[in-house]
Each structure stands twice: as C-alpha cells, then as structure tokens.
Design a protein around this ligand. Structure first.
Ligand code: NAI
Length: 506
C-alpha cells in the first residue's frame, strides 16, 4: 500500500530526527536525511541501519522489511535535495528564529503542496508559521523520545493550519504505527501540559516539609499505582530537561499559579544534581541503582488506646470495618473518651483545622487518607498535626501496620500526598478540556501513551469521584488561600452534579 507521503524529508538528524526517519522508512516512505552538520546526517544513517540490524538480530523485525527500509533511507547533502518531498519534518534546535528561517528557506525549495511539520515541543506552531507563504500546509507533529517506542504523536493545528493538513498527518501517523492525537496550538500542547501537576505538586509538598522525596515516591506508587514516583521520574528525565519545561509552560501561560515551578528544581539544576545521568539527583546512584534509605519500621506499642472515629470522616464505614479487622477497640460515643486515639479522615482539609472545627483534642488527633478505598491500595498514609503526641502517633502507626500493610506518617497539610497530587492532575486535565485544547478522549490517550500514568487523568478523577476531587480542591483552597487549587469550571460543574469527567457535551 502506498503511504500517504511517498517522499519524506527529515531536517535535523539528532535524537528525534533519527527516530522519526526510522519509522517513516519502515512505513514505506522514501526518506531523505538533511542536517546543517553533514557528519551528523551520516552518523544518523549509520545508527538507524545499526538499529534495524539489532532489531533483526533480536527477532523483532523481519529481514525483508529491514533491507527494504535501508534502501529507502538516503542522505540529502543539500536542502535542494528535498525538492520532491511531499512532507518535510523538522527536528532541529529549539529556537524560534532558527526554525522560522529554516521553513522560509524550505518554502523556496519544495512545492506549494508539500506539507511542512515541526517536531517542536515548546514553541508555538502559529509563531513558527508566521511569515510563511503557505501557512495552511504547516502543522506541529510532536513525537516523544524514543520515537519508535513512544507510540503517540501530537498533531497540532496553528491558527492558519488547514484541517486537511492535520488529517494527512493523522493518517500518516497511523501508517507509522503511532496513535495520533489532535491538539490546539497552546503551551505544552497536551502531554507536556497535562504532565505539569505530578512533579510540581510533589515538589510543593517537599517544600512545605510535609514528607521527603522517597516517602512521596513510595506513597504515589503504592497508593495510586504510578510506575515511578515523581522524584524517580525527574531523576530519569533529568532536571536540565524537566525544569525548563516547567518554566516554559508557566511563563507562556502568563504565570498561571497551577503551573508554578519550584525553587527546589531551580537550585538543584544550578548545582548540577540533574538525575541519573550525573550520578546524583533526588537520589544518589551507585552502579545505576538508586540509594534509598530503609523505611522506618512500625513502632512497638505495649498498650493500644481505644480508637474514636470522627463522624465526618471520608469512607467512615470502611474505616470502621478496617479498624475492626485490625482488632482495634472502637469507641462509639458521640465524642472521644479522655484516652482515645482520635481519628479523622478529611478530604482537602488539614488535620489541625479538622481538630479545631470538630473541637477535638489535637494532641490525640491523627488523620488518615481515605480518598482511595483501603483494599485497592498497598499503603496507608497517616498525618499528624503540630500538637499530636508521640505516643498517639506511634499507636496509630502500629495499629494500621498490624496486618503487614505499609504505613507512612507525614506532617500535616491540606490534603494528604495522594489527594494533593491526584487533585492537581485531575484539575489541570479538566482545564485542558475546558480550554478545548483536545477532546477528553485524546487527552486520555495522550497521557496514557505519553506519560505512562496508571490511568488517564479523567479516568483517575472518575475512579476517585469527581465530587471528592472537587471537595479536596475547595478545601485546599481554603487551607492555603492559593489560587493554584482553584477548581477548573469543567471539573466544578461535573463534580457538582456527579457527572463523569469523560462525558461529552452534545
Ligand atoms: P538534537 O540536538 O539531538 O539534534 C538536532 C539536530 O539538528 C543536530 O544534528 C543539529 O546539527 C541539527 N540542526 C541544528 N540546527 C539546524 C539547522 N538550522 N538546519 C539543519 N539542521 C540543524 O535535538 P533533538 O533532541 O533531536 O531535538 C530536536 C527537536 O525536537 C527540538 O525542537 C526539540 O525541542 C524537539 N523534541 C525533542 C525531544 C527530546 O526528548 N529530545 C522530544 C520531543 C521534541
């Protein structure tokens, strides 16, 4: 079958250009490699061919396809050699002026029908296209690294892009074995925008002294099912990549508080603690393995106090059943006795506020995160308030560890770690829908394939309850008085009437 684009030019043959060239040739297109540095293009050709040899060796690629793909890959020593291309994909340095100048030159070489695309991850498609003679045939075609393995590509329409241009790129993406998602030209497009919450909210929790890096990573992996904690992830991507993305999206959105970066990453970047690649990031690496301190074991408590549970706790009946299963002596009075460990399970509110509002003795009050059903998590998270007595904290820790489940004890904050991070993810995703950047369906696909979250952000919101997420945000806004926790209208409306976040309005 003839590919939608018979001859494809790749300009810029670094990490991204190589990957795109590889899958374009595999899809049946003739591919021309052009780079300002001729040696780079030659090296790219060699490395792509070596990659195919490796795939054949491992039995992951058919020998015939590898030989045919190799025959379709050619060097283009001069830009003029791209004249007969019906698609040119640019993957050069991320500088607006350089990209604009490249496309102006390309327009003098290729036909007016040739589709032109940029793999930019942070520049505006509309801005790159400004000044082109035919901006209607120009679009964003944003792949992820490593291209052959990251099976999603964002097709981005600038203000003057023709729908037919996006359609052709979408078809071609499928032909390459990738899943295309359509995005409007906005800062970070879909994936780099939706990914803003995970790291930034985790950093904010650290900056408040609530929990350390390793504790936050453990909580988010064990409670929500993320493959990597936010700090492990930042160590993998490296701060010289992830911190500038945080800054870029924040600045481009005119300092929208939801995207506010952290001084922690700015400082660590300046200090060269970039992550795995420099041997030290949030963790230190010895022979490629992160050095993580042992978790604190549950304390031994000789005499367990009786337990009283606030009637306003989230999932109260489940919490009572859990306590029963753990063999706790549960008090049933309207208020706790003088010796009772007092448990509260708020959504969004901090333990201090709950103790004060419910007139509980803060010294005996401990919080537990009940956003997620206990049975579906591998870890329980408790929070103290500044007045919590050590014996009460230890009693709660020992009690909830009785069945061998992991327990983390953190300091007081509005929303526990999971509530804060999940609510921030769902809120930013909701705002992407509110702005019409993409369809809810494409958002879920883009995040699943581009970020590898255990669930799409809207599905995550549905699982934990849009109304609960909304409650977390409203209450956190009260605790912090910070506009970053302001719920998106998209979430506010759906949460208020208990509607699925994936619901498409007619
Ligand atoms: P890279 O630095 O590995 O390769 C860039 C190549 O472009 C080099 O070979 C360089 O010689 C060539 N080049 C620079 N200016 C040129 C010009 N004026 N004309 C022709 N060739 C030129 O860069 P990388 O990482 O492949 O990134 C390329 C583009 O892809 C950037 O826009 C980047 O933002 C974007 N991107 C990068 C991702 C990544 O993870 N590396 C992910 C998604 C997008």
């Amino acid at each position: 079958m003839r590919p939608p684009f018979k001859t494809v030019g790749i300009v810029g043959t670094g990490a991204m250009g190589r990957g795109i060239a590889q899958i374009a040739a595999q899809a049946g297109s003739q591919v021309r490699l052009f780079d300002a540095n001729a040696v780079a293009a030659e090296k790219a050709l060699e490395s792509i061919c070596a990659q195919w040899d490796k795939l054949v060796e491992k039995g992951r690629m058919d020998t015939v396809l590898a030989t045919e793909s190799k025959s379709r890959l050619l060097l283009a020593p001069a830009m003029e050699d791209l004249a007969d291309c019906d698609l040119v994909i640019e993957a050069i340095v991320e500088l607006l002026a350089v990209k604009k100048s490249l496309f102006s030159s390309l327009e003098t070489v290729v036909s007016s029908q040739t589709v032109l695309a940029s793999n930019t991850s942070s520049l505006s498609i509309t801005a790159i296209a400004a000044g082109l003679k035919h901006p209607e045939r120009f679009a964003g075609f944003h792949f992820f690294n490593p291209v052959p393995l990251m099976k999603v590509v964002e097709v981005i329409a600038g203000l003057r892009t023709d729908a037919g241009t996006c359609h052709a790129l979408t078809e071609y993406a499928r032909r390459m074995g990738h899943t295309p998602v359509l995005a409007q030209d906005t800062p970070g497009f879909i994936v780099n925008h939706a990914g803003r919450a995970y790291g930034t909210e985790a950093l904010r929790i650290v900056s408040e002294g609530i929990a350390d890096f390793a504790t936050i990573d453990r909580i988010l992996k064990d409670q929500v099912g993320f493959k990597l904690g936010p700090f492990e992830l930042m160590d993998l991507t490296a701060l010289d990549v992830s911190h500038p993305v945080m800054e870029s999206v924040y600045r481009q959105y005119y300092e929208e508080p939801r995207y506010r970066p952290s001084v922690i990453t700015a400082q660590r970047l300046a200090g060269g603690l970039l992550g795995r690649k420099t041997g030290e990031g949030f963790y230190r690496y010895v022979d490629g393995a992160a050095q993580v301190a042992e978790e604190v074991a549950a304390p031994a408590v000789a005499e367990m106090p009786p337990v009283w549970v606030s009637p306003r706790s989230a999932r109260r009946s489940e919490l009572l059943q859990l306590l029963k299963n753990l063999g706790a002596h549960i008090e049933t009075g309207a208020s706790p006795s003088m010796t009772a460990l007092t448990l509260v399970a708020p959504l969004g509110f901090d333990i201090t506020t709950v103790a004060v509002v419910e007139r509980l003795d803060p010294a005996r009050t401990v919080g537990i995160d009940m956003l997620i059903d206990d049975e579906s998590t591998k870890r329980r998270v408790l929070a103290t308030n500044p007045a919590t007595r050590v014996d009460m904290r230890d009693a709660a820790h020992a009690l909830f560890a009785r069945d061998g489940k992991a327990v983390s004890v953190i300091r007081d904050s509005g929303g526990f770690v999971t509530q804060r991070v999940v609510a921030a993810i769902v809120n930013i995703a909701s705002d992407i829908c509110q702005q019409g950047i993409c369809s809810p369906k494409d958002l879920e696909i883009a995040v699943n394939l581009g970020l590898g979250y255990p669930l799409g952000p809207l599905a995550m919101g549905n699982l934990y309850g849009p109304t609960n997420i909304l409650e977390v945000l409203f209450n956190m806004q009260t605790v912090y008085g910070d506009p970053r926790y302001r719920p998106s209208p998209w979430l506010r409306r759906r949460g208020a009437i208990g509607l699925s976040l994936l619901h498409q309005e007619e």
